[in-house]
Design a protein around this ligand. Structure first.
Ligand code: PMP
Length: 392
């Protein structure tokens, strides 16, 4: 590639100045992942000039792939007016209105990451209920704030143990025991309905109903983390379980590829952030709801309407069935899937990458609307081949 840097030199420079060579610990695959140069539609080109089909999509956030014209245009228009202001903008209102109409959640607040959205959800639940205890589930990833990081990780204080209980995902017995013993201490149950790190297995509806009933009975809030799952339906995955959470967190696709997070819920709960009513939970953020993100996000979600969602989910289901038929163990739903083979995950990642399929570091695959049937056929063959190579 003309003008390409020396890859080894670039990697060495990265390691010298950035621990692990990247600002995201989640991107590590030994010896080090390639560096991205550019993306167009469903394809990513790395700094050594290799082109790969992007099934990573920046960890599921690039719902339309790269360089999607309506998003490019929306960002350019917003950019022309200015990158950020110390005042709210009409773009923030427009995205909040779109998401309200689409999901039914009455009020919205935006942040720059899903991490912050979850952090605020927890804080809001504690403020509204006057309780401290948060219940969450093993293996579910909710970002990197302290209450949702396992307490055995360095830098997390023992105090975190006391106000957070981590239960096995799907264990009705454990849930009933906690509510039986300490139900009236529980501020909120935080749950992802199809947790990626725990294996991308859709949650059992009976369990989700139990969460809803127990939280309601004990005056605790139910927080559904839709940061990844929102893409699966027009209004997120929660409604397909027939439940209405008290709060929901969002991120990824609603930012159109720019940094984003959002917390949404009923007005009576979200009023915790209302200066006129209080209890006024702290929420700032110099770049929260910045107009570029709001513009990109609105363009992304407007183009991701019901027909687009149905089409993408059915293509995802087809790919998953095709992989299963070829003997590959794969979990997921619609446009999200994860290869669950019992093989070395780093070996699998490289085997996929070398065959032109760029997955998440834990073999998470997400589709984008930019993928053609030809792309998906190519990918299916490459994935089957990669899995077989790593198994042997
Ligand atoms: N919740 C879930 C379910 C997620 O998957 C993620 C990110 N992968 C987060 C929260 C955190 O979002 P962010 O990386 O934007 O902070």
């Amino acid at each position: 590639v003309a003008g390409a840097p020396d890859i080894d030199d670039l990697a060495a420079r990265a390691r010298a100045v950035i621990p692990s060579g990247t600002s995201r610990s989640t991107l590590y695959v030994p010896p080090a992942v390639p560096m991205a140069r550019s993306g167009r539609s469903a394809w990513l080109t790395d700094e050594s000039g290799s082109r790969v089909l992007d099934f990573n999509n920046n960890y599921t956030s690039l719902i339309h792939g790269h360089h999607f014209e309506p998003i490019q245009r929306a960002i350019a228009e917003a950019l022309d007016e200015g990158t950020s202001f110390g005042l709210p903008t009409r773009r923030e209102v427009a995205l909040a209105e779109h998401l309200r109409d689409r999901t039914g959640h009455e009020q919205w607040r935006f942040s720059n990451s899903g991490t912050e959205a979850v952090m605020q959800a927890i804080r809001c639940a504690r403020a509204v209920t006057g309780r401290d205890l948060i219940v969450r589930f093993e293996g579910s990833y909710h970002g990197t704030s302290d209450p949702v990081t396992d307490s055995d990780r360095p830098g997390i204080t023992c105090a975190e143990h006391e106000t957070v209980m981590v239960l096995p995902q799907g264990s009705l017995a454990a849930l009933q025991t906690v509510f039986g013993d300490r139900g009236d201490d529980v501020a909120a149950v935080l749950i992802d309905l199809m947790p990626n790190r725990a294996g991308l297995e859709p949650a059992d509806p009976e369990f989700i109903n139990a969460v809803r009933q127990l939280t309601t009975r004990h005056g605790s809030l139910m927080i559904v983390d839709e940061v990844i799952t929102f893409r699966l339906a027009l209004n997120g995955l929660g409604p397909s379980y027939g439940i209405a959470p008290d709060l929901a967190t969002f991120g990824k696709v609603i930012g159109g590829g720019l940094p984003v997070g959002a917390l949404a819920g009923r007005t009576d709960i979200m009023s915790a952030f209302d200066a006129k009513t209080g209890p006024l939970v702290a929420w700032g953020g110099t770049f929260s709801a910045n107009p570029l993100t709001m513009a990109a996000g609105l363009a992304a979600v407007q183009a991701y309407d019901q027909p687009a969602i149905d089409d993408l989910n059915s293509r995802g289901n087809q790919l998953r069935h095709c992989l299963s038929d070829a003997g590959v163990k794969v979990n997921g739903r619609g446009s999200l899937m994860r290869i669950m083979e019992k093989v070395d995950v780093s070996d699998l990642w490289w085997a996929l990458y070398r065959r032109g399929v760029f997955a998440g570091t834990n073999a998470l695959l997400s589709l984008s609307t930019a993928m053609t049937h030809e792309d998906l056929n190519l990918a299916a063959d490459a994935i089957v081949d990669a899995v077989q190579a790593v198994r042997s």
